[in-house]
Design a protein around this ligand. Structure first.
Ligand code: NAD
Length: 283
């Protein structure tokens, strides 16, 4: 099949779908919203940053935008109600909102620990639950959870974040089996370090960072042809999986040789991360 025919087919499968994206005001969420909008989907973005979500939604002429706190059941329910009232039944829910404060565990305040767990795990579980309540009676729908390659590996300086992303991968795999035969699809997306505010000051060692558009394209492919997981970049995903199959001591040694022991820790107090760390920790 030619590339043009493939992309026409993809657009046909995405066109007119109602897609909700949490944390859609910037970064991977916004890139995904923009790509899917370009393919004809009806886009609703929600974000805790009210000014940024308004600006993003207006600039990109999305069908719906609004304030959403994924850790607050009333806010999430209200947001989904408003989207369905405006655009109709939700076809795809992308649980993307997440934070990544960095540092050693002993330097992490309990407030920050709870915040990571609240947004990255509870927010995804809550969103999936609310999405399921709406999709199950219709026997159709797709829940896409943005995890990370950190959900299949471990990087010093990200212990709680790693834990949260392992949780998202395990949670999404379980839903796939729990609701097998329901007509619904469940997917995890596992990006490598990506050039967004969250990834600022970090580089992927011997691998290249991904661009948000690459994650967005992977999500578009996933929606057109649902599968359980997609890893971006393919090379970083492949190496992560192979290293994960090795005995721990050997895998850790290879990880250290690739720079994993200082990749994040070197950047914790860097100027490039200062603004992001402040935003991620507050609230
Ligand atoms: P980002 O900081 O650029 O964007 C995240 C958005 O989520 C922000 O607009 C923020 O306001 C929003 N948000 C935070 N808390 C929220 C809440 N309680 N309710 C609603 N919205 C909230 O980050 P990003 O890099 O685009 O990350 C998006 C997702 O991708 C996250 O889940 C992240 O863990 C994951 N990811 C990122 C990378 C990377 O290196 N950038 C790599 C792998 C996975």
């Amino acid at each position: 099949m030619t590339a043009t025919r493939r992309s026409r087919r993809q657009a046909a499968r995405i066109r007119d779908k109602v897609v909700v994206i949490t944390g859609g005001a910037r970064g991977i969420g916004l890139a995904t919203a923009s790509t899917l909008h370009g393919l004809g989907a009806q886009i609703a973005i929600g974000d805790i940053d009210e000014a940024a979500v308004k600006e993003a939604g207006t600039t990109h002429e999305f069908e719906y935008q609004g304030r959403l706190d994924v850790t607050d059941p009333a806010s999430f329910e209200q947001f989904l109600d408003d989207v369905e009232r405006t655009l109709g039944p939700i076809d795809v829910l992308i649980n993307n909102a997440g934070i990544m404060p960095t540092g050693k565990l002993t330097d992490e305040s309990d407030h920050v620990t709870r915040r990571i767990l609240d947004i990255n795990i509870y927010g995804v579980i809550l969103g999936s639950k609310l999405g399921l309540h709406r999709m199950l009676p219709r026997g159709t729908g797709h829940v896409v959870n943005i995890a990370s390659l950190a959900g299949e590996t471990h990087l010093p300086g990200l212990a709680t974040y790693n834990a949260s992303k392992h949780a998202v991968v395990g949670f999404t795999d379980t839903l796939r089996e729990e609701y097998h035969g329901s007509g619904l699809s469940f997917s995890s997306v596992l990006p490598t370090i990506t050039n967004t505010e969250l990834g600022s000051g970090l580089d992927s060692g011997p691998f290249r960072n991904a661009e948000p558009k690459e994650i967005a394209d992977a999500v578009a492919t996933l929606i057109a042809r649902p599968k359980s997981k997609v890893r971006v970049t393919a090379v970083a995903g492949f190496v992560t999986r192979v290293v994960g199959l090795l005995p721990d001591r050997l895998g850790d040694r290879i990880g250290r040789a690739l720079g994993s022991s200082h990749l994040v820790l070197d950047a914790v107090d860097s100027e490039q991360r200062e603004a992001y760390e402040k935003r991620a920790r507050s609230g």
